[in-house]
Design a protein around this ligand. Structure first.
Ligand code: SF4
Ligand code: SF4
Length: 154
């Protein structure tokens, strides 16, 4: 479900613009409020929902599968460190649940530039950047050995 902005709640701070990986949160040049310019390209990651200090961003389903009358309300509470979701179905039934804004302390994730640049050998590795350290898997990624393959290695 893509996002949309309540323009009356938005103060134009731009946090959603900075965090959106799809670059679809823009500040309207006339009204100075955020707007999702291309809901079809929304990753539905909800980074903007969690980043908005004004709780000005909500989500809605596409009309083809989310019937009229439903609603999805999101409440970000930074002091509690939670995001609360209120899902209302067309028949009036509600589901409420809460999830942590993040599972690691604020500011504890290193940015890519804070890691050492990869050496020539690391470019030959099948592992992605910062693997396996960033995955917190002790002893590295599991490896499929030849004897565990039904047909062996061709
Ligand atoms: Fe961008 Fe993610 Fe928000 Fe969609 S949900 S507008 S992709 S930050
Ligand atoms: Fe508006 Fe929230 Fe985006 Fe800030 S983060 S520009 S208040 S929608």
């Amino acid at each position: 479900m893509p996002t949309f902005v309540y323009m009356t709640s938005c103060d134009g701070c731009g946090h959603c613009v900075d965090i959106c990986p799809s670059d679809i949160m823009h500040i309207d040049s006339t009204y100075r409020r955020a707007v999702n310019i291309e809901p079809n390209f929304c990753w539905e990651c909800y980074s903007c929902v969690k980043a908005c200090p004004q709780n000005a961003i909500d989500v809605r389903g596409y009309a083809d599968f989310a019937p009229l009358g439903h609603s999805v309300r999101v409440l970000r509470e930074e002091a509690k460190g939670t995001v609360s979701w209120k899902i209302k179905f067309r028949n009036g039934e509600e589901k409420n649940f809460e999830s942590p804004i993040r599972t690691t302390p604020w500011g504890s994730i290193k940015g890519p530039a804070e890691y050492d640049a990869p050496g020539a050998e690391e470019f030959k590795s099948e592992e992605l950047a910062h693997e396996p350290d960033a995955l917190n898997i002790e002893g590295g990624l599991p490896v499929l050995s030849a004897d565990r393959l039904k047909q062996g290695i061709i």
